[in-house]
Design a protein around this ligand. Structure first.
Ligand code: ADP
Ligand code: MG
Length: 264
């Protein structure tokens, strides 16, 4: 399943304003090829805004986002996904269909056979559908959903459904995976399982991961590199250890990181 190393995702001088409020102020960082990079910061720091620019939902006032030589800045979400950057959403949207149905939806954007050809079951379309289903099954196995492949999503546990979202993003064959709070609302066992899956996916598929996450314990265990935002500015960056001991970061969290680490 492996391919060559993913290109670096470079964020340069990114600025986003909402009616007078500067949500991101000349923020820059690079998601190194094959790394797990965490974007952290207190509430309102600009993490979601950054995510929404990277995935094409928001347009920045200034700055750029590139994946290798591809300019992603201001492209529509589907173009960004086609160029290799796929995201999951913080809130689960999936409740209908089987796991297979949901993963095949993710493959839809990649389908070469047109809708009519597929509906008419023309031979090339049937072959293509079969290949998509096989690939979707591979992603299900990789994310621990193999046994649930033909089950309705509505019957799965919360943790399993969060992994369906992840597997669906993988179906777009991304080089960079953007995860928005992948363990929000999960219990300890589900969190550990998700962390293991993120590691497996990164290794097996040779992709980079950018994650926004509140669970500091998980961030510190999982991330190779951390970028810290506060009030729209990048206040620190480096390894989890660098960031943990950074006085600016401690000040931004007002002593709460220790607390969050304990509860994680
Ligand atoms: P975080 O995800 O780090 O908690 P956000 O990126 O959601 O922070 O928000 C950063 C700042 O931008 C906040 O002050 C927030 O209120 C503001 N903001 C975010 N999205 C919008 C929007 N669509 N319209 C106006 N203000 C927004
Ligand atoms: Mg947010």
């Amino acid at each position: 399943m492996t391919q060559g190393p993913p290109p670096p995702l470079r964020i340069t001088d990114l600025t986003v304003r909402f009616a007078g409020l500067t949500a991101l102020d000349a923020v820059g960082f690079t998601v190194a090829p094959g790394s797990i990079h965490a974007l952290i910061g207190p509430n309102g720091a600009g993490k979601s805004t950054c995510f929404n620019v990277l995935s094409g939902v928001y347009r920045p006032a200034a700055g750029s986002v590139t994946l290798g030589d591809s300019e992603l800045t201001r492209l529509a979400p589907h173009r960004i996904a086609a160029l290799g950057v796929a995201r999951t959403f913080q809130n689960i949207v999936t409740t209908a269909g089987t796991v297979a149905d949901n993963l095949l939806l993710g493959r839809h954007a990649l389908s070469r056979a047109g809708f009519a050809a597929t509906a008419l079951r023309l031979p090339h379309a049937v072959r293509e559908q079969r290949a998509h289903r096989a690939r979707a099954r591979e992603f299900a196995e990789l994310t621990g959903l193999g046994p649930h492949f033909d089950k309705p999503v509505a019957l799965l546990s919360y943790g399993d459904r969060k992994r369906v979202e992840l597997a669906r993003a993988l179906c777009l064959e991304p080089r960079v995976l953007l995860l928005d709070e992948p363990v929000a609302g999960m219990n300890g066992a589900e969190r550990a399982r998700m962390a293991a899956v993120v590691r497996t996916v990164r290794e097996e598929l040779n992709l980079s991961v950018l994650l926004v996450e509140h669970d500091m314990g998980l961030v510190m265990r999982l991330a190779d590199e951390v970028t810290v935002l506060d009030f729209g500015r990048r206040i620190a960056g480096g390894t989890p250890d660098d960031v943990r001991n950074d006085p600016e970061v401690r000040r931004a969290y007002l002593g709460t990181p220790g607390e969050q680490e304990r509860s994680a």
